[in-house]
Design a protein around this ligand. Structure first.
Ligand code: TYD
Ligand code: MG
Length: 477
């Protein structure tokens, strides 16, 4: 009875409803609920007698590991994100916008493994074998021993793979195109995606092959449909980038076997994805020196320091509610920094539009970027360019104090390596920065003192106008 009722399923989060409605109560999405044939939505077939349980043996926690549990691909940026390579029998979901380069990345991963004499199978549900071959040809990978197939039936795939020597890695591109006989819903529906993923996960655990599932992402950044798969797999990687940029960032969103804060950086070229071993150089390559509103942030992504430029534009607003637009950073974090600037530093921004952008299409998540963002904002408002040879990092607390962040030494070292001469950092972290690095360190105790410093460094041609102070300028606007 209950099974018959729940036949409308949200295609975003998988919540089930007895009848259609416009908005999903569970995830809040509109127009995502679709009818699915749920009488057969369970792997258990109707009319079959309940099976008696099979007896199984319990294993001790400490066991002799049979084989190296991980195998690396040799693609350093990829291995970094997975935490040192694939774990046998693990299932990984690779999400990303259509056209971002998921298939390109995976054919390169497949070829890299094949070159290491590993048996790899690439199953495409979206492209014909000839198309995949064409891409491999363009990438000069044709010599690699990769087993190719264009298939969408899970039963056929599992039967074929179970028949032969188990591959090391199986790539399924994409999970949304797969379907299984066990459920009657159309391919691409949540029920099909879930059942197909389940079958592949079972195969991976049984055979010890690592499996990568490709999942397409909806516009709001959620992995559509496969969002229900996120909970089932061992790791979720997301492949990000902006259409206008050639940079692509691979990020671990979830990883049962490794860190989740590592990123891998690639550049999309005519010959496929190129690994970027030193991303700071790339992200700083197009700096606009001498203009106000930009600050270089010395960040850490995972275990690796990364310098990026933060750009801000503060302009008088003609709107009742001024705009707050942010690219590559957390909007809530921006609101907080703006509130602290208003409350503790006397900088009025309530009648100004604020735009903040992280250069290169990178997305940063560290609170350590607070200080760099604040510096860029004040610099833009006061039209006072920041010194081009300085990096900024530090977390801002609600009281306006600048708090120390982790890995000061690593940040400073990267800055020095890239030719920066000074660092503006939390006062409390100044002692940590060893002076032999040759950087001049400017400790900041509170955001207010940084604001005063930036205001003092305004362009000299503005100096005589009587609005020396950004605080007053902002009030007037
Ligand atoms: P693709 O891997 O097909 O994306 P996805 O599988 O995520 O949908 O990549 C498609 C884009 O990548 C396409 O716009 C062309 C571009 N591309 C290159 O720029 N260079 C290359 O060598 C390849 C293979 C693709
Ligand atoms: Mg593709």
């Amino acid at each position: 009875m209950a099974r018959r009722e729940a036949s409308f399923i949200c295609q975003n989060c998988g919540a089930a409803y007895g009848r259609w409605q416009g908005r999903c109560d569970a995830c809040g999405e509109w127009n995502t609920i679709a009818e699915e044939n749920s009488a057969t939505a369970r792997p258990q077939m109707p009319g079959r007698a309940p099976r008696k349980g099979r007896l199984f043996a319990l294993e001790p926690l400490v066991g002799a590991a049979r084989d190296a549990p991980r195998f690396a691909t040799g693609l350093a940026e990829f291995d970094r994100v997975t935490g040192g390579g694939f774990v046998r029998g693990s299932v990984l979901l690779l999400g990303g916008d259509p056209g971002i380069g998921k298939s390109t990345l995976l054919i390169q991963v497949a070829a890299a493994l094949a070159r290491r004499e590993q048996h790899v199978v690439y199953i495409s549900g979206e492209e014909a074998v000839a198309q995949v071959r064409l891409r491999a040809e363009r990438l000069a990978l044709v010599g690699a021993q990769v087993g190719l197939a264009a298939e969408t039936s899970i039963e056929d795939i599992v039967a074929t793979l179970g028949e032969r020597e188990t591959p090391r890695l199986i790539i399924i591109d994409s999970i949304q195109t797969m379907w299984t006989d066990l459920v009657e819903s159309a391919p691409g529906t949540v029920t099909q995606v879930r059942a197909s993923a389940q079958a592949l996960i079972r195969f991976a655990k049984r055979s010890g092959a690592a499996v990568i599932l490709v999942g397409h992402v909806t516009k709001d950044g959620q992995i559509a449909g496969p969002r229900v798969v996120e909970h089932m797999v061992d790791a979720v990687l997301s492949f990000e980038g902006e259409g206008s940029h050639q940079f692509r960032v691979l990020r671990a969103v979830k990883n049962r076997f490794g860190p989740t804060d590592e990123i891998g950086v690639f550049e999309m070229t005519g010959g496929g994805l190129r690994e970027i071993a030193n991303p700071s150089e790339l992200f700083l390559s197009e700096r606009d020196l001498g203009s106000s509103g930009t600050a270089v942030f010395a960040g850490i992504e995972g275990s690796r320091p990364l310098l990026v430029e933060i750009q801000a534009l503060v302009a008088p607003s003609s709107l009742g509610t001024p705009r707050r637009a942010v690219n590559g950073w957390d909007p809530n974090r921006l609101s907080m920094v703006l509130a602290v600037l208003e409350a503790h530093c006397g900088v009025r921004l309530s009648s100004h539009d604020v735009y903040l952008n992280v250069a290169g299409g990178l997305r940063i998540q560290e609170p350590a970027a607070d200080l760099a963002a604040a510096a860029a904002l004040v610099s833009s408002l006061a039209d006072a360019p920041l010194p081009a040879d300085a990096v900024y990092f530090g977390e801002i607390s609600l009281s306006g104090a600048v708090r120390p962040v982790a890995q000061t030494a690593a940040r400073l070292k990267e800055a020095q390596k890239l030719g920066f001469a000074r660092a503006v950092l939390p006062e409390a972290a100044r002692a940590e920065g060893t002076s032999e690095l040759g950087l001049s360190l400017q400790g900041v105790g509170s955001l207010a003192s940084l604001v005063a410093d930036i205001a003092a460094g305004r362009r000299s041609d503005d100096a005589g106008r009587g609005t020396d102070d950004p605080r007053r300028k902002a009030d007037a606007g």
